[in-house]
Design a protein around this ligand. Structure first.
Ligand SMILES: Nc1nc2c(ncn2[C@@H]2O[C@H](COP(=O)(O)OP(=O)(O)O)[C@@H](O)[C@H]2O)c(=O)[nH]1
Ligand SMILES: [Mg+2]
Length: 274
């Protein structure tokens, strides 16, 4: 019963993102830096089974579609191309809020294999928010042409997520993407996901903050990654509280205690809490 109520609540919340998913298909978010081949992958997976429009209330384009593997059908949403999830632009805000609040079952992050170092920034940020992440290493033909060799197994071991090599323009890797989505959502294979450990000072603050957040914002239990939320607050990110207000409007009073500074988190974020 609780589970049923939870899925109803989640479906209701997902309507904010224009998602109708009353038949509870697994939802896949497609993230990545611009020009990594995200649209090529999206088109390759969905074919003609797609629909385009704008994100609600925004002039940013949005595409959603379906793909099937065996008997299972997946709903895939193409997020705006971004370099980070820090909510510094409308695109970043959309991508972050989608992963944080619409809670996709899986996030596929597409990375440009010719520029892995830069692309890993977003991969790590997505992983920090949700371990249900798969890395698609695209443009491998370009990488090969440039003499770049990537040890996929090693990368997989480091990040502790599935890494799928792809040349999307030639359709290579798409079958593996579908199969991996299926295995993870259907066979409930757990993705461990690399966890960044910060300096002792920051880790102590996180430890201190999490119980306080759980106490003050109990409605977010099982609905948010507490460690990630603590990190955002420690870095003084105001946009996350605004987004919680947007997606959980009936709890605004509780969120406001942080905004008004009634609850002191001290240290890093004193400045903006005042
Ligand atoms: N060489 C090569 N080009 C690709 C590959 N995947 C996509 N592209 C090309 O890269 C460009 C950007 O792709 P697009 O899907 O629009 O990227 P997006 O901005 O991430 O959506 C297009 O010209 C694609 O044809 C690939 O695996 N190899
Ligand atoms: Mg695109």
């Amino acid at each position: 019963m609780a589970l049923y109520a939870d899925s109803l609540a989640l479906n209701l919340l997902r309507k904010n993102f224009n998602i109708s998913n009353d038949d509870n298909k697994p939802i896949i978010a497609l993230a990545g830096n611009p020009n990594t081949g995200k649209s090529t992958i999206f088109n390759g997976l969905t074919g003609l089974r797609q629909h385009t429009g704008n994100w609600p209330g925004k002039t940013v384009g949005r595409a959603e579609g379906y793909f099937k593997y065996k008997e299972e059908e997946f709903l895939i949403i193409d997020l705006p191309g971004t370099y980070s999830l820090l909510a510094n632009s409308t695109e970043e805000l959309i991508a972050r809020d989608f992963i944080c609040f619409a809670r996709p079952d899986l996030t596929l992050v597409v990375a440009d294999a010719t520029n892995l170092e830069r692309n890993l920034n977003l991969v790590l940020q997505v992983l920090e928010l949700s371990t249900n992440t798969i890395l698609v290493l695209n443009l491998l033909d370009e990488a090969r042409r440039k003499g770049i060799k990537i040890d996929v197994k090693k990368l997989e071991a480091c990040l502790q997520v599935p890494v799928i090599p792809a040349v999307a323009r030639e359709g290579l890797g798409l079958e593996e993407i579908k199969k991996t989505c299926y295995q993870i959502s259907k066979e409930k294979i757990k993705i461990k996901g690399f966890k960044i450990t910060y300096s002792r000072e920051i880790e102590e603050k996180i430890e201190e903050l999490i119980p306080l957040l759980k106490r003050k914002l109990p409605f977010l239990q099982k609905r948010i990654n507490w460690r990630w939320l603590a990190l955002r607050l420690l870095e003084g990110d105001k946009t996350i509280l605004a987004s919680i207000n947007t997606y959980y409007p009936i709890y605004q009073e509780r969120v406001n205690i942080f905004q008004k500074g009634e609850v002191q988190l001290d240290g890093f974020n004193q400045v903006w809490l005042k």
